[in-house]
Design a protein around this ligand. Structure first.
Ligand code: CMC
Length: 390
């Protein structure tokens, strides 16, 4: 192999140093800037976590209020963007729309020199955190055929998003505090996860000096895959397919069969080989949210039975496969009224904070262009043969 190692899937390769997020997969530990995820989930808010990930420290009251004001200031999108959104077919997948629309922000904010200045880079980061919910809701409303709902800047980040998503003309939409808290919690848990596939994508694109909105659009595309953020949508589809508790054992057998491509979605993780600490928090929250919202969802019983049987099964125990963050999140999103196709968009809104925090860190660190090598196993050297001789 010469001077480089062969590591498909990057199972043993660190491509950067970072001060943002710490994971100990063996012990099930996740910390943002040193703070345990359990404490942040219980005591913090998504915007405060966003500040922490971006700036490295928890904000003072004044710093928080300035940050919230800045984010609120940037929630609007250029009206031309709504024209762009209206060009999509009504049944376009919202993740496809998000990748295109967020990428198009690069056409609105394109001054390359801006990115050489840290204040402008921070402005780009705040713009993206502010505009993601506006764009996500606009994509959903386009699908529904509803008129645009402009951001209500007297509301908090999550309230505003719920309002833009679900307010229907001629009906007064009251945002439920339980729904706001649940959304805030899910956003905190999804905000960053060190060098996962989408964040590595953002960093790889960022290493070329590309426009930050283009970097995040690339991250959105990477997140969409069912092995990554698309798993939350896939879990709900799988639960629907299983249909009934009595069918669970049959699907467990399928997941274990090497000749069957079926996998238990929401199970397994590249890094966590003990348990995913986010899954433990979400599982508990799921029970609470369903109770608070008065939702009795049979999919919850199905999910719990699936988890129970899998955790007792030798295959899953030996391979250290546990429920991950996506196993229960979809049941909460469903209870909040989000359609299944929007689940990965929710993940993208939250992960935008991680993407831009990692992009900022990379931009402030001397970085080489990301350029993996390969192990060539194609034909050896041979001579060209003219067309009439083949
Ligand atoms: N169901 C059944 N078998 C599984 C599963 C599963 N969900 N996950 C892994 N395995 C088996 C796999 O077949 C392999 O078996 P063998 O050693 O016999 O070949 C072994 O476990 C190791 O799997 P792997 O695919 O080599 O492990 P990985 O680290 O490359 O993949 C993963 C991790 C998350 C992609 C994988 O576990 C998976 O596909 N899970 C389902 C999708 C999912 O829930 N993804 C969300 C991840 S968490 C959210 C995020 O951060 O994106």
């Amino acid at each position: 192999l010469g001077y480089f190692t062969y590591d498909p899937g990057f199972t043993a390769t660190a491509a950067c140093t970072s001060e943002i997020t710490f994971i100990d997969g063996g012990q099930g530990i996740l910390r943002y800037r040193g703070y345990p995820i359990e404490q942040l989930a219980e005591k913090s808010s998504f915007l405060e976590v966003a500040y922490l990930l971006l700036q490295g420290e928890l904000p003072s009251a004044e710093e928080y209020s300035d940050f919230e004001r800045d984010i609120t200031y940037h929630t609007m999108v250029n009206e031309q963007l709504n024209t762009f959104i209206s060009g999509f077919h009504y049944d376009a997948h919202p993740m496809a729309m998000m990748a295109g629309v967020v990428g198009s922000l690069a056409a609105f904010y394109h001054d390359r020199l801006d990115m050489e200045d840290s204040a402008h880079r921070m402005l780009a980061a705040k713009r993206m955190i502010a505009k993601m919910p506006t764009i996500a809701a606009a994509c959903y409303r386009h699908h529904m055929g509803w008129p645009t709902a402009y951001p209500q800047n007297n509301l908090s980040y999550c309230e505003r998003f719920l309002h833009m998503m679900f307010s229907v003309p001629a009906e007064e939409y009251k945002v439920s505090p339980s729904a706001v808290r649940a959304l805030d919690l899910l956003f905190i848990l999804h905000a960053d996860h060190e060098q996962n596939a989408s964040t590595s994508t953002v960093r790889l694109v960022g290493s070329t000096g590309a426009n930050p909105y283009a970097c995040v659009a690339a991250g959105i595309s990477a997140l969409w895959g069912p092995a990554h953020g698309g798993a939350n949508e896939a879990v709900l589809n799988m639960l629907h397919e299983i249909g009934d508790v009595k069918n669970v054992p049959q699907f467990i057998e399928r997941a274990k069969d090497r000749n069957d491509p079926f996998r238990l979605m929401g199970f397994g993780h590249r890094v966590y080989k003990n348990y995913d600490p986010r899954a433990s928090i979400i599982r508990k929250a799921c029970h609470e949210v369903l109770q608070e919202l008065g939702v009795d969802d049979p999919l919850m019983d199905l999910a719990m039975e699936l988890e129970r049987i899998a955790l007792e099964d030798d295959y899953f125990v030996e391979k250290k496969l546990y429920p991950n963050v996506d196993f229960y999140s979809g049941i909460i999103y469903k209870a909040l009224g989000f359609p299944v196709s929007m689940f990965t968009v929710m993940f993208a809104i939250a992960r935008t904070v991680g993407w831009v925090a990692q992009w900022l860190e990379q931009s402030e660190t001397p970085t080489k262009i990301g350029r993996p090598r390969q192990v060539y196993n194609g034909p050896v050297a041979r001579d060209y043969v003219a067309l009439d001789k083949r």
